[in-house]
Design a protein around this ligand. Structure first.
Ligand code: TRP
Length: 454
């Protein structure tokens, strides 16, 4: 049993890497990445995305880990401790509130989509993706998607299952819950992904077209909005800007070099996104589908191909298992910052804290789930609640959070303070990191904010 104010730790450096990669590699990589690459013309988008990971999101990931280590408390009290100890206003801790708000909003809709992945996985296992007694057509799958997302009872039940499972994991503790989950599921995630890529490479001549689509940039296909989408997604995919990685960093054993750990996590996350593209696009091309078919790409478009291909139900089961695993290893990273805050403040048990937070997330998630069905007509600025949440998080909360983190670590902390804790040995790398936090990342984030508000 953990007692209040005793802070837990990951079991090792590798334990942290597995957990942080689990948090980073999620629906963003397998559901969202392929469709935004598709919508924005492929290779050119990839270039901007890779640059944004390296120059913007990765430096901020390292900065968050650093803040976690220096604060060694929940995100709000940790930031206050760091600021006050260096003579800055305690109001810096409000940055933590932006983070917790983001975690709350993201988790509420993540849990709804996570619920769909469970529904599809179970559906694929039971052969539900193959239409009985007739040729499977796009309509059937569009109907299936519609019935899942717009039937409140189903959507709510799967959302409940997803958040309840996440609560069990987080309630079991940092090392015993979250780390144990990821140690089991992350190898499975890589295995499933490799199986799907090998299947595509071995059976589909369109594999080379997919390679070309992803890696041969055609700059003329890239719009300004596309470039900003790439920057926003680099943030989302590394789970930075909300204090989630900060909280995870606060459980790091001393002696782990933060810079190297951040680099490894960013590399593995990018690998997952690229492999997901290599698994999905050959299928898309082989069955003559549109790569830019939007959020429905994996839920509506792909199932059509699954139904038509040899061994389709099996491939579908593998694919939706992959999607569910990816979602399930990411969700704890959004719950944990809130639970840790409530636990340390209330001095209650982890279980109590988890129950309180999950109840609130579940309720807000209900509204998210209903925003596809009965409440679809309730809109603000032309967006329903789900679209509004996605916009609020990706275009406002994450960039603002990232901007404040970059400014705080880049300008307010002393380089001597940061160099040692980061464990970066080459002075030049440390300089490059500072330059990114001070100039490059803030610039990119201001553009992202301006683009979102325009
Ligand atoms: N990175 C995850 C994904 O790609 C999503 C995620 C997990 C996240 N934790 C987060 C996004 C915290 C923003 C903030 O699916």
């Amino acid at each position: 049993m953990s007692t209040p104010n005793t802070r837990e730790e990951w079991s090792s450096r590798w334990g942290f890497i597995v957990v942080a990669t689990g948090a980073a590699a999620g629906l963003g990589n397998i559901w969202k990445f392929p469709y935004i690459v598709g919508e924005n013309g492929g290779g050119a988008f990839m270039l901007v995305y890779l640059a944004a990971i390296l120059l913007v999101a990765l430096p901020i990931l390292a900065a968050e880990l650093l803040l976690g280590r220096l604060g060694n408390l929940n995100v709000i009290d940790g930031l206050r401790r760091i600021a006050v100890a260096r003579g800055y206003p305690a109001a810096w801790s409000r940055l933590g509130w932006i983070g917790l708000l983001s975690c709350f909003v993201v988790l509420s809709f993540y849990s709804v989509v996570g619920g769909w992945t469970l529904a599809y996985f179970v559906g694929a296992l039971s052969g539900g993706l193959v239409v009985e007694g007739g040729a499977p057509g796009p309509l059937y799958f569009a109907d299936l998607f519609d019935s899942i997302v717009s039937s409140p009872a189903r959507s709510v039940a799967w959302h409940t299952a997803f958040i309840a499972l996440t609560a069990v994991v987080v309630g079991s503790g940092v090392a015993r819950g979250i780390e144990r989950l990821c140690r089991w599921l992350m190898p499975l995630l890589f295995l499933l992904l490799l199986l799907l890529v090998v299947y595509a490479a071995a059976t589909m001549p369109e594999f080379s077209a997919a390679l070309r689509f992803l890696f041969a940039p055609d700059i003329s296909k890239l719009s300004w909005e596309g470039a900003l989408t790439a920057v926003g997604h680099a943030f989302f995919t590394l789970s930075v800007g909300v204090g989630a990685m900060l909280t995870f960093g606060s459980y790091l054993p001393t002696g782990v070099r933060l810079g190297a750990a951040a680099f490894t996590v960013a590399g593995l996350d990018t690998l997952v996104a690229i492999l997901a593209g290599l698994a999905i696009f050959p299928i898309v091309f082989a069955y003559g589908m549109q790569p830019g078919s939007g959020p429905g790409l994996v839920f509506v478009t792909l199932p059509v191909a699954f139904a038509a291909m040899p061994g389709g139900p099996f491939v579908a089961a593998l694919f939706f298992a992959l999607l569910a695993v990816a979602a399930f290893t990411s969700a704890p990273s959004m719950l944990e910052p809130m639970v840790e805050y409530v636990r340390e403040r209330s001095k209650g048990s982890r279980t109590q804290a988890t129950l309180k937070v999950v109840l609130a997330v579940w309720l807000f998630g209900l509204a998210q789930a209903l925003s596809f069905g009965d409440w679809a007509s309730v809109t603000l600025l032309g967006k329903n609640l789900f679209e509004l949440s996605d916009f609020l998080v990706s275009n406002i909360l994450l960039p603002v959070g990232g901007l404040l983190i970059a400014t705080f670590v880049g300008w307010a902390l002393l380089p001597a303070d940061t160099a040692g804790s980061l464990g970066i040995r080459q002075p030049l790398l440390h300089k490059a990191w500072l330059l990114s936090l001070r100039v490059v990342a803030p610039l990119a984030l201001v553009l992202l904010l301006a683009g979102g508000l325009a």
